[in-house]
Design a protein around this ligand. Sequence first.
Ligand SMILES: NC(=O)c1ccc[n+]([C@@H]2O[C@H](COP(=O)([O-])OP(=O)(O)OC[C@H]3O[C@@H](n4cnc5c(N)ncnc54)[C@H](O)[C@@H]3O)[C@@H](O)[C@H]2O)c1
Length: 300
Amino acid sequence: MIESFEGKTAVLTGAGSGFGLECARIGAQRGMNLVLVDVQQDALDAAAAELQAAGAAVLARRVDVADAAQMAQLAADVQQRFGAPHLVFNNAGVGAGGLIWESSVQDWDWVMGVNLMGVVHGVRLFTPMMLAAAAQDPQWRGHIVNTASMAGLLNAPNMGIYNVSKHAVVSLSETLYQDLALVTDQIGASVLCPYFVPTGITRSERNRPDVATAAQPTKSQLIGQAMTDKAVSSGKVTAAEVAQRVFDAVGAGQFYIFSHPQALGNVQSRMENIVRMENPPDPFLARPDIGQRLREQLRG
Ligand SMILES: NC(=O)c1ccc[n+]([C@@H]2O[C@H](COP(=O)([O-])OP(=O)(O)OC[C@H]3O[C@@H](n4cnc5c(N)ncnc54)[C@H](O)[C@@H]3O)[C@@H](O)[C@H]2O)c1
């Protein structure tokens, strides 16, 4: 939990777009020093220029969050410029879909590298810095927010690779929350689980490092991409509203952050099915037309 953000430091990954950029904007408004991290140089440059003009002290670094060595260098740069960060937003992520057996080794490496290992590195490198700062000063407060997804609490079909990565982030975050509570009262943790929100997520391939050599998408992957495009682009909650929820949760010490709390009925049904030892339910019960179309497309 952080009560006052003024003069504190935030590290934000995926800061060039979407939730990362919107959180950076709020951080600047609250008087925070900002460490902006992104793999896309032009988006990073634009974010850095905007937030500097807004008055924030900015350290911008082009880093692939999946790369352990680049992340270690980032942590060293942050320590040197601002000291231990108070807020760490492990948020960079990419979307991918398709039938689970059709994801290639390259697909798994890319999606797990960014969505899971990016969070692993952020937690692995910044938590010890934060614990050291907390040990020096009983007033010091810090908070780590990891971005998962509703896909970390549900398992919609035809997007298994993304589901797996996000379930892992929920697990990592719940464990982080518990582990921190064993050793300190000064550092908290949260997990952000958005539903469909219009951002750049549907164009994730733009930052795929092996885009030139990756296999052509399979039919199920193309269908998954089209369905996600439609769902994300018709989302009504904005990235700015989600960012506000992130700051509210950090201020309140709230662990679960949802963009669409009204969608939690699906999570409840899944949990109830598990404890009743029933098989996973039809995910298209509320929209049988969508399920019917998907089955026809995949079988056709
Ligand atoms: N938008 C949604 O509907 C939605 C729903 C659930 C979860 N999420 C999650 O939210 C997070 C933020 O995504 P967003 O929706 O703001 O999308 P976005 O594409 O607008 O922003 C993601 C940012 O991450 C950066 N990035 C991609 N790969 C990177 C890498 N290897 N290293 C560093 N930066 C990298 C991109 O350049 C981009 O600026 C992701 O983890 C995503 O999975 C999004």
